[in-house]
Design a protein around this ligand. Structure first.
Ligand SMILES: [Zn+2]
Length: 252
């Protein structure tokens, strides 16, 4: 086989060490992703609410301005009406009287129409104020969680990310010590099997998927001390002689 038992055991140890390292690294990277993803999601929610509040506020302000303008218009019109009524007591001809009367009639019509429009604006204003109050309350509730849901997870993620490059470099050092094609296979399985790529074959079963191995395969594993793949889960399997201590522990 070209490799001695000792060399084989050393290779397996390196692979197992790499797997340990990769698991911790993966855990850390996954944690950073979860923290960042959660913070981003919450932030998007807050931004949506803030936008809704801003839009409603703008609509409310525009309606309020409209209302002020209408109130002003009604006051101006009211003043003109009073003037017209005063003029009426001083007119000298029927023609003048009719002209003023016409102006007063038109003024009444305009007032009625403006008052109707004002009612619509006031109604909208009332509805939008209710809506705005609800949105503001919901936003205020979200804002109280900003620290816990965004600031804290992000700083935790930043902290976890620090030194990650150094860890990855260390990982490459470990990987470089392993046969290149075995390492590639290992990496592929590590990805597919979410973090468990190398497992021991023990008592005739693959400890990765708990399936029984064909006796011939198990015998070969024991005899030749080489890495094979489990026919069921495709993980890298190996056999290692138990130390007396381990064997005692197992039968206990
Ligand atoms: Zn298996």
């Amino acid at each position: 086989m070209g490799t001695t038992d000792q060399e084989f055991e050393a290779e397996i140890d390196r692979l197992a060490a790499l797997q340990d390292f990769d698991r911790k690294l993966k855990e850390r990277v996954d944690r950073v992703e979860v923290l960042t993803g959660g913070a981003d999601e919450f932030e998007a929610k807050v931004i949506r609410r803030r936008t809704a509040v801003a839009e409603l506020t703008q609509q409310r302000d525009s309606l309020a301005k409209q209302r002020t303008e209408m109130d002003g218009q009604l006051e101006v019109d009211g003043g003109r009406m009073r003037d017209n009524r005063m003029r009426m007591s001083r007119v000298k001809t029927d023609r003048e009287l009719m002209a003023i009367q016409r102006e007063i009639d038109l003024g009444k019509e305009a007032k009625a129409q403006l008052e109707e429009e004002l009612l619509v604006v006031m109604d909208s204003l009332e509805k939008i104020n209710v809506q705005l109050a609800e949105e503001e309350e919901a936003l205020a509730e979200l804002e109280t969680e900003v620290a816990a849901r965004i600031t804290v997870p992000r700083s935790e993620a930043t902290e976890l990310s620090q030194g990650l490059d150094a860890e990855k470099a260390r990982r490459e050092e470990l990987a470089a010590g392993i046969d290149a094609s075995l390492c590639r296979k290992y990496e592929q399985i590590f990805q597919q099997r979410s973090g468990t790529a190398v497992v021991e074959a023990r008592n005739g079963i693959c400890t990765g998927c708990r399936m029984s191995l064909r006796p011939q395969l198990f015998n070969e594993l024991q005899r030749y001390k080489e890495v094979r793949q489990c026919p069921s889960c495709h993980r890298i399997i190996f056999y290692r002689d138990r130390t007396a201590e381990e064997a005692a522990e197992e039968t206990a």
